[in-house]
Design a protein around this ligand. Structure first.
Ligand SMILES: [Zn+2]
Length: 157
C-alpha cells in the first residue's frame, strides 16, 4: 500500500474494519459481525456497517473513534480487524458512555386515537437505536419500568 492510500484511508478512520463483539452482536449477529467504520451523523463520531450486507450496526463511541484515529496514525492500517466490545476497543477501555444506554421520551401531542401512544422517543442501548413508545395507564398497576404509571415499548429501528 502506498503512503497516499494510507492517508486517505486513515484520517478519519473511515473504512477501517472492526470485529463486533458487543452484547448486542452476540444476541443479534449479522453475517460474521465484521463491520466497516462509516461516516457519523449528528453527535455520533462514526457509524458501523456490516461489511457484507451494509446493514447499520450502531454507532462507534467517540472514544473508540479517537482510539482508531490515534492507532491508525501511529501504526497504519491494521490487517486484522480490531475487536469492539461494549466498553472496550482493541486493548483500550472506554469510559465515556455519555450517549449509550440512554433515551428520551416526549409527550405525543398528536395522538391519532384513544389507544395511540402517550409518549414517543428514542434510545440507544448497547449501540443499537430503538424507537420508544409509552402509554399511561391510569388507575392500574404500573407495567414495565417507565416512570410513573404506564408501560413502555422499545422497537429496534
Ligand atoms: Zn450483514
Amino acid at each position: 500500500m502506498t503512503a497516499t492510500n494510507n492517508l486517505q484511508l486513515l484520517f478519519p478512520p473511515i473504512g477501517l474494519r472492526l470485529k463486533l463483539d458487543r452484547s448486542v452482536d452476540r444476541l443479534r449477529p449479522c453475517h460474521d459481525n465484521i463491520a466497516t467504520v462509516d461516516h457519523g451523523r449528528a453527535h455520533h463520531a462514526a457509524g458501523l456497517r456490516c461489511s457484507k450486507c451494509g446493514r447499520h450496526r450502531g454507532w462507534l463511541p467517540r472514544e473508540g473513534f479517537e482510539f482508531l484515529t490515534n492507532i491508525a496514525q501511529r501504526f497504519g492500517a491494521s490487517t486484522e480487524p480490531i475487536i469492539l466490545r461494549d466498553q472496550q476497543i482493541g486493548d483500550y477501555v472506554m469510559a465515556d458512555k455519555q450517549y449509550d444506554n440512554s433515551g428520551i421520551l416526549f409527550r405525543n401531542d398528536d395522538k391519532s386515537g384513544e389507544r395511540d401512544r402517550d409518549y414517543k422517543g428514542e434510545a440507544t442501548i448497547s449501540g443499537v437505536e430503538y424507537w420508544m413508545s409509552g402509554w399511561i395507564k391510569e388507575g392500574l398497576e404500573a407495567e414495565g419500568r417507565a416512570e410513573g404509571n404506564g408501560r413502555c415499548r422499545a422497537t429496534q429501528r
